[in-house]
Design a protein around this ligand. Sequence first.
Ligand code: NAD
Length: 270
Amino acid sequence: MSLEDQIAIITGAGRGIGFTIARKFAQHGAHVVIGELVDERGQEAAEALRAQGYSAQALQLDVTQPASCRAVSEKVMAEYGRIDLLVNNAGLFQLYKSEEMPEESWRLQVDVMLNGVFFMTQAVARTAMIPQKRGVIVNIASIGGMGGWPMRSAYNAAKAGVIVLSEVLATEWAQYHIRVNCVSPGVTRTDMMDSLIKQGAVQLEKYNNRTPLGRVAEPDEIANAVLFLASERASFITGENLRVDGGWVPYANLHALGFPEESSARQEES
Ligand code: NAD
């Protein structure tokens, strides 16, 4: 799946899933631009990729600020004359009971993970993809955007919004040959997840047990799905939301009804 000479912007790629996507794209021949709020983190990530022989740079970016999104898009356009790929990955995660959710937390989560996806996408589309009549956008949503999880009202609402936003943009911009898709990861073993585990906020064993495939995802497994959607192999796929969740979402109803034995019964039959 070659991305040879493609110019790719990946937001929030200073660490975690975004960094793994950037490395994967670079391994497949793309020049990657890491758009990162924490500039030092972005610069270190780009340096790490260059040290491995890949083509990478970092630009400071706050996706919640349309001016920042425009500035990054225009800088990349000025340097390369096109932007082929955009991955909207920047995110954050704050747990609150809805009745206790502080206004700032609601606004921040929706701002980064819904408004930010729109502002960055709009900037790249206006600056590059619509004029060049070509482009691929992959938005990182979440299985959280497909159902009710207590304590995650802002996060899940923002991610659900991203899934529908992707469908709208896919239909609006098909005329410009711009494909827009989502990848919805299940629980993924990132630094953020490890720190939640250390704090005792997340019990890994429970997530493993809840997943039909018996474990959480590795960042590389998410990046593989993003690579597929970004590549020509997905040339007729747009408006899709690809779950990469080890079977978590389809298992939801069985679990809620309290039939964990169903999965072992199915295994015995097969
Ligand atoms: P992470 O916290 O490790 O990385 C997110 C990055 O986004 C950070 O480097 C952060 O600085 C950056 N960022 C935050 N706000 C920004 C802004 N305003 N502008 C630009 N960059 C900003 O998170 P992760 O676990 O790698 O998650 C990446 C994406 O995957 C997120 O969208 C997240 O919601 C989604 N996701 C993660 C999981 C999981 O289990 N880790 C599961 C489903 C979906």
